[in-house]
Ligand binder design. Structure first.
Ligand SMILES: [Zn+2]
Ligand SMILES: [Zn+2]
Length: 271
């Protein structure tokens, strides 16, 4: 399946003779197109450039997966393991045989999904390797760049596996979601948030954004929508879209960070 892969965002497009004229994900105001113009790549080209998948344990039951050198936006994928099967979250645009073998060793996949369209990447490729479902929020289905029969849509909340729930939060995209993992943080609960809630580099606060590359903030009602969506779930830890993680005290840090952000939106910034 030699799909076209957008070099900037890592999303996959159908195997047409010529690549598409543009990437709809990168042409959107939330993303960006290189000054030199749209650039396409392929799996073979990425592999020839030395890309390899990497794996590490974040905590018991949670495996991190990345690609080095990074591809597209360079997000951290997470594999949530349960005794009923596994969920893959935010997969990068590059998948190699090693990645498939490691996930197979870990028990395979029931479903693959992502926090939002920037990270839909290679979801269909993963689904085909395991006969898994691709879960896409109904609100963002028009952003899917590689239509596939494995796609199932959902809205609001979706219990994917025991103790593993997708929660639609909106914000960055209307269908922006998080995973609530009840067994995370030693049973205190964890959220996997991608771009829906950003963990800052100091791993002591959280933030929100409509467009990260174009520095466009998230309006207050959308921030309050995110807080309302996650409030019913117990959690003490938040895994962001890259390496950063709030290890403990995530709920009060999220509430305090949101109030601080809203102060700035309202013009109450310090001198
Ligand atoms: Zn793109
Ligand atoms: Zn994004």
């Amino acid at each position: 399946m030699p799909n076209w892969i957008c070099a900037t965002c890592g999303n996959h497009y159908p195997d047409t003779g010529d690549p598409p004229a543009s990437c709809v994900i990168c042409a959107d105001e939330r993303q960006w197109v290189p000054k030199s113009g749209q650039r396409w790549t392929t799996h073979d080209e990425l592999a020839a450039d030395g890309r390899r998948s990497e794996f590490w344990e974040e905590e018991p039951g949670l495996i991190g997966i990345g690609v080095s050198p990074s591809v597209g936006i360079g997000q951290r994928a997470l594999l949530v393991r349960t005794d009923q099967g596994n969920l893959l979250w935010d997969p990068p645009g590059f998948v190699d045989d090693e990645a498939i073998a490691r996930v197979r060793e870990a028990g395979g996949l029931v479903a693959v999904t992502a926090s939002h369209p920037h990270f839909y990447g290679a979801m269909a490729e993963w689904a085909h390797a395991f006969g898994a479902d691709v879960l896409v929020p109904e609100a963002d289905r028009d952003w899917v760049t590689l239509p596939d029969p494995a796609i199932r849509t959902w809205a609001g909340q979706l219990a994917v596996l025991p103790g593993v729930t997708l929660v639609q939060c909106g914000g960055h995209f209307p269908g922006s979601a998080v995973v609530h993992w009840a067994a995370g943080a030693g049973g205190a609960g964890a959220l996997l948030t991608g771009d829906t809630i950003f963990v800052t580099p100091g791993e002591d606060r959280l933030s929100f954004i409509w467009s990260a590359p174009n520095r466009l903030p998230l309006p207050e009602p959308l921030i309050r929508g995110i807080l309302d969506a996650v409030r019913p779930f117990p959690f003490d830890r938040i895994y962001g879209g890259w390496a950063a993680t709030i290890r403990q005290g995530a709920r009060p840090k999220l509430e305090a960070s949101a109030e601080r952000y809203i102060q700035f939106l309202r013009g109450d910034a310090p001198d």
